[in-house]
Design a protein around this ligand. Structure first.
Ligand code: ADP
Ligand code: MG
Length: 476
């Protein structure tokens, strides 16, 4: 059999952050008591009308631009008609004919290489209610009905489980950087449909595609893809490729297998038509321009900037861009004049160590970039040693006082050459025996003298200067 390649396309759903739902005034918060955040529109009460949430449209347009998509001239919605208990209206308001974005392209990083991903479209729609099935009963929570949802559809351009998961992780970070979603898979905010087919390496046409619906963890996506590639390849190897059917399957966490749900032959005809209760409205160039200004520099761009222009390691840069707040903190430090490598060291070791330990965000840490600057300035001008700086770091966080309060005559490093010379002169004249032995060749006594200076100054003598003076005095 010829070498096979896998072809993968993803449909990624992500719930947006907002105060109210996308078409009603009910709160957008469903991880609480069931059936409390519901407006009449969400329940399809007769005579109620949807009102579009402007913030959701703005965020959707922002994401469209972040993915380098083309935006439509007019914003409008379509009805996707089907019946299901989680959909009281009997239709979902979505976008079919004119999505907020089409024909996008981004680059993601897979094993330190850049891989292009082509975006078919991104569209705004409403989530359905959530259903829970128990032994002999099912429950419905309408809190989720009408929660804003962005669906992103890629072209079939991915070729492995690694690439697919790298794309999802990349997108999760983009959503978070743009502050349009918490993008938390654990809260069910990201859900995926995964389309997988295989084909001969040199084939001109794609193979038969299988869709795996509603995979809700990245690990699940990874496993479902590898499971399907193996299943389809084995059938092909056995000359049974015709048995790979165009169908919808689901991922079963328990058996770690995909399971047949329905055949695509009996695919539902949704009878789409333009949602008549929401007027079309023009998306102006000015509004788009305004929204564009709100898109921050994204993580990959920052990462390469840190590596290429600040000389950071790939490792450090990756840690710094993982959360936007951390990257912003780092950039603020650099802006204030801290050497990038030094700022990176403090952040990746001390600061993130502290924020992780106490589970706080870097935004909340008392040691602001300005205070870190004060601290590193003291090291640079020789007032304190790096060892002392670390001690001060912890004291500052504990006591929340300004850096300068920690630099007193008690702990300031002695950098005054004359002062040190006087101290060293006294020590030398008080140790004639050791001086004689040292000059006779017992050079390891040097450390004895350094020790004496430190003892005398309670460890505050500048060690470099101390050694320099001792060298002069003892060897002349
Ligand atoms: P549907 O409405 O049935 O979900 P779409 O045309 O919207 O179909 O396609 C959905 C997804 O299927 C897209 O992400 C697309 O990239 C992917 N896809 C299309 N053809 C293939 C294929 N041969 N192999 C893998 N994925 C595919
Ligand atoms: Mg689909």
């Amino acid at each position: 059999m010829k070498k096979q390649i896998a072809v993968i396309g993803l449909e990624m759903h992500c719930e947006l952050k907002s105060n109210s739902k996308v078409f009603s005034s009910a709160r957008n918060a469903y991880n609480e008591t069931p059936n409390v955040n519901i407006a009449p529109v969400d329940m399809a009460f007769p005579g109620t009308l949807p009102v579009v949430n402007k913030k959701c449209v703005a965020d959707a347009l922002k994401m469209s631009m972040a993915l380098n998509c083309t935006q439509p001239e007019y914003m409008y919605f379509d009805r996707k008609n089907y019946y299901y208990p989680d959909l009281p209206k009997g239709y979902q308001i979505t976008q079919m004919a004119a999505p907020v974005g089409i024909n996008g392209k981004i680059e993601i990083e897979v094993n330190e290489k850049l891989v292009p991903v082509y975006i078919h479209d991104i569209h705004l729609e409403e989530d359905a209610a959530s259903l829970d099935h128990y032994f002999d009963t099912s429950t419905i929570d309408y809190n989720r009905a009408g929660v804003p949802l962005l669906e992103l559809v890629t072209e079939p351009c991915l070729h492995s489980a690694e690439e697919a998961v790298a794309f999802l992780e990349h997108m999760r970070d983009v959503y978070k950087y743009c502050d349009v979603s918490e993008a938390d898979t654990k809260k069910g905010q990201i859900r995926c449909d995964v389309n997988i087919s295989i084909m001969d390496e040199d084939a001109k046409e794609f193979g038969t595609r299988v869709e795996v619906k509603n995979v809700n963890s990245f690990g699940g996506v990874y496993d479902a893809i590898n499971y399907e590639i193996k299943r389809q390849s084995e059938l092909k190897e056995q000359g049974r490729y015709a048995e790979v059917e165009q169908e919808t399957r689901r991922w079963d966490e328990e058996t770690m297998a995909t399971i047949h749900m329905r055949s695509k032959v009996d695919a539902i005809d949704y009878k789409y038509f333009v949602e008549p209760n929401i007027p079309k409205y023009k998306i102006t160039k000015e509004w788009l321009e305004e929204l564009k200004q709100e898109i921050p520099r994204l993580h990959l761009e920052r990462k390469y900037d840190y590596i290429n222009n600040y000389g950071l390691s790939n490792y450090d840069a990756t840690i710094l861009v993982k959360e936007r707040e951390v990257a912003d903190y780092f950039e603020e430090c650099v802006k204030l004049g801290i050497t990038p490598k030094i700022a990176a060291n403090w952040i990746t070791t001390q600061i993130l160590g502290y924020t992780n330990k106490y589970n706080i965000t870097i935004k909340k840490i008392f040691l602001t970039p300005k205070r870190l600057k004060d601290l590193t300035d003291l090291i640079n001008d020789g007032t304190i040693s790096s060892k002392q700086a670390k001690d001060i770091f912890f004291k500052v966080l504990e006591e929340e006082k300004e850096i300068k309060e920690y630099v007193s005559s008690d702990n300031a490093q002695i950098n005054n050459k004359e002062e040190l010379m006087n101290i060293i002169d006294t020590i030398i004249s008080n140790s004639p025996g050791q001086v004689e032995q040292y000059r006779a060749g017992k050079t390891n006594l040097f450390d004895y003298f350094v020790g004496q200076v430190m003892k005398n100054t309670k460890g505050k003598a500048n060690p470099v200067l101390t050694k320099e003076i001792l060298n002069q005095k003892l060897n002349n």
